[in-house]
Design a protein around this ligand. Sequence first.
Ligand code: FAD
Length: 410
Amino acid sequence: MRTVIVVGASLAGLYAARELRAQGFDGRLVVIGAEPHRPYDRPPLSKGFLDGTADEGQLLLTDEEETAELAADWMLGTRVRSLDARGRTVVLDDGRTVSGDGVVIATGASARRFPGPLLTGVHTLRTLDDARGLRAELARGPRRVVVIGGGFIGAETASSCVALGHDVTVVEAAQLPLVGPLGPEMASVCARLHARGGARLLTGAGVAGLRGTPTARARGSVTAVELSDGRLLPADVVVVGIGATPHTGWLAGSPLAVDDGVLCDDGCVTALPQVVAVGDVARAGGVRAEHWMSATEQPRTAVRNLLAGHTIETVRPLPYFWSDQYGSRIQFAGRRGDGDTVRIVEGSPEGLGGPDGLGGPEGGGRGAGFLAVYERAGRTTAVLAVDRARPFMKLRRGLAADRAAELAGV
Ligand SMILES: Cc1cc2nc3c(=O)[nH]c(=O)nc-3n(C[C@H](O)[C@H](O)[C@H](O)COP(=O)(O)OP(=O)(O)OC[C@H]3O[C@@H](n4cnc5c(N)ncnc54)[C@H](O)[C@@H]3O)c2cc1C
């Protein structure tokens, strides 16, 4: 291959560029990214960057030395509009084209917006520019913040807003937040973190709409969130954390199959052998993960297969994610299924507060955390920790080894 084009200049795109060079590709490397920024890390956007304990310099994923070593043509602030039928040429927003022999799709996902008119004070949190805007607004003094969605990003944003001294309410449509990834038992335990941290959590609460100041100008300001049962939650700031949609629109008209992500095999190879997909945008082997770890693990295999011209290696990493909320670190690894039993093997969830969220036997203060395993038919399927990083890592390594043995047919 003489030219490889990486579309998406963020985490997975950068790791793909690194892998291309590490695996001996010495041709032309073009990295095209819609954002004007050099690759930066998103996890701190809802954590340290939002609460002011990390600055922009700490978000950067690469430095000048590495940039020089990669010897890539960076086309930042440039959006790709389409991919041709042969999967070799991309068309840019301004009509220019870039042709290559291989393409890495690393276009990630964008935050879902709440339908309705645009109102000042309503935010999503996906990009550095989103985070800058929200951070600036939160710096203007105490605000009534309503976070729509109690998933990881919603919970972390709520936690950062509480740390900054704002009055925070989290609205979750399901009966429990995080029930999908954690299952009902552990989701109910982790939901107590909100109360312990000082945020209100409303569950089973759908949002009917956002209210704004009537204005003759184009854009009013948000004043309240209206729930489906008619309740009005006064709000100066609303953060919408209702999930993300993979960036695949630019692939319309290409031969690639798209269904909630770019469909590819276990080796991240799409229907065209010279096109691979990695990170949040990739549905590899039927699974699309929106986790930092997948975005950094997939590129090695994807690039091997790209350079080989067909799938010679597969990647089925053990799913892993972490989340920082109200001073606690949640870590989860594995594949949990409905009906798995959960066993606490260390510590106790009691320190996270009672089931009513008002404080457990330890007075609702920060406990020493706990470690739980999910089990099915006598086997461990997943592991969850709250503030138990060391024993968690040990169990995670064990799970990964079991999985590797299973895939190798041992
Ligand atoms: C606020 C926040 C907190 C997070 N916290 C955690 C965490 O604690 N733990 C964890 O495991 N994960 C976390 N994640 C998820 C993690 O950051 C993502 O999994 C990771 O960023 C995915 O990387 P990616 O490169 O695949 O996609 P992205 O980071 O979304 O990057 C895709 C890039 O492609 C660009 N692009 C899109 N379309 C085009 C186009 N047509 N042309 C050119 N460029 C394009 C986009 O502008 C973007 O820069 C968090 C995410 C967010 C937003």
